[in-house]
Design a protein around this ligand. Structure first.
Ligand code: NDP
Length: 253
């Protein structure tokens, strides 16, 4: 893995917590620091601590971090265009920023929450690909890892909007994979079940107690489980596409 990842520029959205943060750590560890990481999210302080942690753990790692709110669509190409030259040629995109907000049934879902989920999980996700894919095609290399979900395959009550966003992601991602067929660009979708991160806290508007309750009676996955799968998928032989991975804990089916 270390050899295949060496010197890659890896761009992560939503790197300030959960799966994104664990993926940054996992790439750094798998490549023994021999990578260039671009970390983005809205919380700059979190990105700074992660960057400090990685640069003090690996002497050869390069890290650039900055605020990117993917729900602000117009800011995405600006962010990509203004990357320092050493980080401009992105080899691996981890299109991870995303959220579920609320557990309301259709009819009482808040319009602001619908907008935020679609802006972030769908419109932002698409614009990130739009801004990065042409460079990958031109350079004839690149991996795009899309954070889908079990919710993108099996809708459930109380999650109509989130499920609709992840179904959108899956449809977009499959079409994209077909469009780049016969090019060296790989389109990889990871579809996790329950993973204990800040995801649940965001879903319950910051209510930690309600967030914790979700995991009672079963042991969820941890962010590192997903990070390992992402790094595994990106470090296969160049001709191998791990197209879709559905992964959940033993308490789910
Ligand atoms: P977390 O809440 O821990 O992390 C979400 C990340 O997304 C944070 O870094 C957050 O950073 C970032 N984010 C949220 N909104 C925006 C925005 N508008 N612009 C940029 N970044 C944003 O959750 P997870 O790590 O669990 O979630 C990561 C992905 O995995 C999501 O796409 C989620 O849908 C998916 N997933 C999660 C599952 C789970 O059970 N945890 C299951 C299946 C899929 P900040 O707030 O600093 O911007």
């Amino acid at each position: 893995a270390a050899k295949r990842l060496a010197d890659k520029v890896i761009f992560i959205t939503g790197a300030s917590s959960g799966i994104g943060q664990a993926t940054a750590r996992e790439f750094a560890s798998a490549a023994n620091g021999q990578i260039k990481l671009v970390l983005s999210a809205r919380r700059l302080d979190r990105l700074k601590s992660l960057s400090d942690e990685l640069t003090s753990s690996y002497k050869n790692i390069s890290v650039y971090y900055n605020v990117l709110d993917v729900s602000k669509i117009a800011s995405i190409p600006v962010f990509i265009d203004s990357l320092p030259s050493e980080f401009k040629e992105i080899d691996i995109l981890i299109n991870n920023a995303g959220k579920a907000i609320g557990v309301d049934k259709v009819g009482s879902i808040k319009q602001d929450d619908i907008n935020d989920m679609f802006q972030t999980n769908v419109l932002g996700m698409i614009q990130v690909v739009q801004s990065i894919l042409p460079g990958m095609i031109e350079r004839k290399r690149g991996d795009i890892v899309q954070l889908g979900s079990i919710a993108g395959r099996e809708p459930y009550p109380g999650g109509a909007i989130y499920c609709a966003t992840k179904h959108s992601l899956r449809a977009f991602t499959s079409a994209l994979r077909k469009e780049v067929v016969n090019s060296p660009v790989r389109i990889i979708e990871i579809q996790p079940g329950a993973v204990e991160t800040e995801f649940s806290k965001v879903r319950y508007y910051g209510d930690e107690k309600a967030a914790k309750k979700v995991y009672e009676g079963g042991e969820p996955l941890v962010a590192e489980d997903i990070a390992e799968l992402i790094v595994f998928s990106c470090s296969r032989r160049a001709n191998t596409v791990i197209a879709e991975t559905l992964v959940f804990p033993t308490c789910q089916a």
